[in-house]
Design a protein around this ligand. Structure first.
Ligand code: ADP
Ligand code: MG
Length: 214
């Protein structure tokens, strides 16, 4: 089976005048196509650092990230983001000058898909509102909808339920996991809430500057 995601000997530290904080050392990791990964760990353990590197939002100090066997780096990451990867960011990055519908239609003009997602996530009544008029929980669900608009091969979600109540959290995880199964795509979700672990093919946590199975 081929890999959708691969990291090879990744090193990542944050350097400040006071200290050097090493988050990953010689990290090798593979995710096969069509599989889902749950990345669990407490706040500050390195989940976002890992996800930012595999989306091209940040670069490792050394080592490689491969998506679909192609090298990902900051200069080509926007090509991947347009087509192959759907990302749910912790900061939502919605465009303030566009309403919710237009924010979503940037990714695809399929109105049927748009209405399905807005209905399922219970945000259809904010379709014509602007990002500054909606709550963080609503923004998070818009971000989930946006990630699925163009039917990506790989979805990467950084704590996609952090602003949501239990009912909406369950819906979001259900949607992402079912999409992955239905279209045989791949999924990476980080969370500090372990309760969703069993819905995924694999679960990992971050320990000793590596990803380990948990
Ligand atoms: P998580 O997403 O699991 O909460 P992060 O990946 O955001 O964890 O952070 C991992 C560690 O790296 C934390 O100790 C955090 O303080 C530190 N860190 C994250 N981003 C930066 C940065 N830009 N500069 C310095 N330290 C950072
Ligand atoms: Mg984080």
């Amino acid at each position: 089976m081929s890999n959708i995601l691969q990291t090879q000997k990744i090193n990542k530290s944050y350097v400040s005048p006071v200290e050097t904080l090493t988050v990953f050392r010689d990290l090798d990791f593979n995710l096969e196509k069509g599989k889902s990964l749950f990345l669990f760990g407490p706040s500050g353990c390195g989940k976002s650092t890992f996800l930012n590197m595999i989306t091209g939002l940040d670069e490792p100090d050394s080592g490689k990230v491969l998506i679909n066997n192609k090298n990902l780096n900051i200069s080509n990451s926007s090509n991947f983001l347009k087509s192959d990867i759907g990302i749910i960011f912790q900061d939502h990055y919605l465009l303030n000058e566009l309403n919710i519908k237009d924010n979503l239609m940037i990714k695809s003009e399929e109105e049927e898909q748009l209405d399905f997602l807005l209905n399922f996530l219970d945000i259809k009544d904010i379709k014509l509102k602007f990002p500054y008029q909606i709550s963080n929980g609503q923004k998070q669900r818009v971000c989930v909808a946006r990630s699925l608009m163009n039917k990506p091969q790989l979805i990467i979600a950084d704590e996609p339920t952090s602003y949501l109540d239990k009912v909406n959290s369950d819906k979001v995880i259900d949607l992402l996991v079912n999409y992955t199964k239905q279209f045989n795509t791949s999924l990476v979700v980080s969370s500090h809430d372990i309760s969703y672990k069993n819905l995924f093919d694999f679960s990992y946590t971050i320990k000793d500057k590596k990803l380990i199975k948990c």
